[in-house]
Design a protein around this ligand. Structure first.
Ligand SMILES: Nc1ncnc2c1ncn2[C@@H]1O[C@H](COP(=O)(O)OP(=O)(O)O)[C@@H](O)[C@H]1O
Ligand SMILES: O=C(O)[C@H](O)[C@@H](O)[C@H](O)[C@H](O)COP(=O)(O)O
Length: 422
């Protein structure tokens, strides 16, 4: 399933980003019962994440024997050098946690970066078991990336020929565009894109300007680097480009759609938010036509054809509220973009609130939900269907890994509504 635009997930600061990235990584690992491949990144952005992975809490959640660790680019310096990307990851967590045979560094003892690139390409192809990438069978479960000050990713610098290479998996890059000015070896955009999830970490005030350009669609490597499945940008408050993303609608929205997988907290958050705002809360499920209710009661899954009249009924209710000047909050999983297009379309007065959380966390909450039986596999299929809302949908994305009141406060802040206001 391809996502056209990346999901933008806002986190408070670098510590929250490391935690969110760790949750994502562990969740991605959890959905693959077989051999797992993670592609790490260099730079300073992932250091806190790497340190977190070595802590007991994270360490216990990773099946280390099944996880293989690669690197998206390497500085052409000897292992052990502080500039050496895989050395940084080794010292932070890999050496303490991963079996040595599962660590796959880019060799830097070759005569030139190009020879190292060829060797790493062979290693990746042997691991993958083919020399052509099949979009249906991604090379990596997760690719981690940072964004450089010039908009580079891995060591693919803007304007350099390496960015346009499409027939290779790894290339030598003889000189860098930014410090450190050492030769590099880099995976290409098609190799990086062959992943279930591409996860960017973008934090700190010095990233705000470049991120604004990337999200505006400038032809930079960081704009072109996209997974052929899911791409997610974790962005902290300091890097978040307020002007371009928080295009605050002139008035309060008419309707808020609280979306997310089953158990993400739609009813809990929606009801609390409705109380705080004094708006009406509705469970989207109550708009199903009788035929759908009968089908679901008989244990038959709904098709998209069944869903259209249901989604249209919710859209009609929003239109009715608009006509009456009434405001409404509707909980609706709305997992696919095509569903949200019916509910919100391009209307500025219908805002999507996306409850974002790792599968582990949500599964854990569902296990503890009183009076509910969770069929195993339900969450797997929910996450498989989920198309996180892209930047073009202007979602209010909130992490559910926080107390209910804090999540609601965060949504109110994003709506620019004073926290005390009812
Ligand atoms: N932020 C939160 N912290 C802790 N528990 C939560 C939070 N949000 C929801 N829950 C609990 O998680 C479970 C699922 O929430 P619910 O609102 O029923 O999800 P949904 O409506 O998306 O299926 C419930 O038991 C709820 O009390
Ligand atoms: O080898 C490298 O330098 C990286 O892989 C590089 O692509 C990095 O991710 C960005 O330059 C962001 O760097 P920071 O995280 O230090 O900002």
């Amino acid at each position: 399933m391809a996502t056209a635009s990346p999901a933008l997930v806002r986190v408070a600061d670098k510590a929250a980003m490391a935690q969110a990235a760790a949750d994502r990584l562990i969740a991605q690992i959890a959905v693959n019962p077989g051999r797992i491949a993670i592609c790490l990144t260099g730079g300073s952005s992932p250091k806190q994440l790497y340190e977190l992975l070595a802590t007991d809490a994270c360490r216990a959640r990773i099946p280390w024997a099944r996880v293989h660790w690669f690197i998206g680019d390497e500085r052409f310096v000897a292992p052990g050098d502080p500039l050496h990307n895989m050395t940084v990851a080794r010292h932070a967590f890999l050496d303490a946690c991963a079996p040595p045979a599962n660590i796959h560094p880019i060799p830097t003892d070759t005569a030139a970066p190009e020879a190292a690139a060829r060797a790493y390409e062979r290693e990746l192809m042997a691991f993958y078991g083919a020399d052509k990438l099949d979009p249906a069978r991604p090379l990596f479960d997760l690719v981690l990336l940072g964004i450089g000050p010039d908009g580079h990713v891995a060591s693919l610098f803007p304007g350099f020929p390496a960015v346009d290479v499409s027939d290779r998996w790894v290339v030598g890059v003889d000189k860098a565009n930014v410090t450190p000015f050492v030769p590099r070896v880099s995976l290409t955009l098609p190799a990086l894109g062959s992943c279930r999830t591409m996860l960017f970490e973008v934090a700190g005030p010095d990233k705000r300007a470049i991120l604004t350009r990337v999200l505006a669609g400038e032809n930079l490597p960081a704009h072109r680097a996209r997974s052929n499945h899911h791409t997610i940008l974790l962005i902290d408050a300091a890097a978040w480009p307020e002007t371009s993303l928080d295009r605050s609608p002139p008035e309060l929205p008419q309707a808020l759609i609280i979306m997310g997988v089953a158990g993400s907290g739609k009813s809990t958050i929606g009801e609390t938010l409705a109380q705080r705002l004094g708006w009406r809360f509705e469970d989207g499920d109550s708009f199903h036509p009788p035929a759908n209710v009968a089908k679901m009661s008989a244990g038959h899954p709904l098709t998209d054809e069944d869903r259209w009249p249901w989604l249209q009924a919710i859209a009609d209710e929003i239109a009715r509220c608009r006509a009456n000047g009434e405001r409404i909050i509707i909980a609706c999983s709305a997992l696919k973009k095509v569903y949200r297009d019916i509910l919100a379309g391009n209307r500025d007065d219908v805002r999507i609130v996306y409850l974002e959380g790792s599968q582990n966390l949500i599964a854990d909450r569902m296990r503890h939900r009183k009076g509910h039986f969770m069929p195993t596999g339900l969450l797997d299929s929910q996450f498989a269907t989920l198309e996180p809302p892209g930047g073009d949908e202007h979602p209010i994305t909130v992490s559910v890994d926080a107390p209910v009141e804090a999540i609601v406060d965060g949504i109110l802040q994003r709506l620019r509504i004073g926290q005390g206001r009812a």
